[in-house]
Design a protein around this ligand. Sequence first.
Ligand SMILES: NC(=O)c1ccc[n+]([C@@H]2O[C@H](COP(=O)([O-])OP(=O)(O)OC[C@H]3O[C@@H](n4cnc5c(N)ncnc54)[C@H](OP(=O)(O)O)[C@@H]3O)[C@@H](O)[C@H]2O)c1
Length: 256
Amino acid sequence: MTGASSGLGREYAVQLATRGHDLVLVARDRDRLEGLATELVARHRVEVEVVLADLTDREELARVAERVGDPERPVDLLVNNAGFGSRRGFVRGELAEEEAALDLMVRAVMVLSHAAGGAMRARGRGAILNVSSVASYAVMGHYSAIKAYVTVFSEALATELAPHGVTVTAVCPGFVHTEFHQRAEMNMSRLPDALWLEAPDVVRASLDDVSAGRVVSVPSLPYKVLVGVLRVAPRRLTRTVAGSLAARRRAPHPPG
Ligand SMILES: NC(=O)c1ccc[n+]([C@@H]2O[C@H](COP(=O)([O-])OP(=O)(O)OC[C@H]3O[C@@H](n4cnc5c(N)ncnc54)[C@H](OP(=O)(O)O)[C@@H]3O)[C@@H](O)[C@H]2O)c1
């Protein structure tokens, strides 16, 4: 499980441990990962391995891929979850940050899916859960393009691995209360409460979808409806709406 130190990843770890699964937790924050591991071992009597890695670093990613594909220590469920957002437009941000986003949310997802998918195919069973986003159906900056990759890649891999007993699920949440927006310094104060999801609900719904072998999981009814609309809406309309939302975000706040 990547990105296990906070937000959705931490919640995946908690819920999987509650169901009795041993875990391999991957992220950069040693204190948080070791603290979580201690808590889960004590509370659920599962085995928890901590792997510190910056997944944007090719050598560190290769080390994680080796662990994930190790036939001696099989991983039954790979959760590709680590990610981050950006509040700036594509050209106004630093190119290095956009490259890191690509390395983490595209390259790492692809490399770890290759390692785990190969091992699972050989065993004839397994599951891969890739955390994508509702944004993969929209046109909200580079992030949408990255998450569109995750959704389409997951669908393609699901098709390839289905005959071999391996499922692949793209999880597409809407806005979730985690550290995601705070880390990206996004001001979310104007987002209506009705659009917020809670991590435990997203994780529970998506794990149920993985168990059911669903290829795309969209937690919560309002976001299922939104994705249904985005799938059939003319692309020009989607671009127009995205453009006017972006313009509203750039407009100066009214005084007071
Ligand atoms: N929150 C939302 O509204 C929302 C909506 C749709 C999709 N998502 C997706 O959900 C996933 C999880 O995000 P979250 O909302 O749970 O955010 P979060 O609370 O900020 O957690 C992000 C996780 O990613 C890890 N991470 C970041 N950079 C990393 C790197 N270079 N190497 C290894 N791990 C790294 C972080 O751990 P360390 O800092 O310890 O490395 C942390 O555990 C992301 O893929 C995100 O795109 C979120």
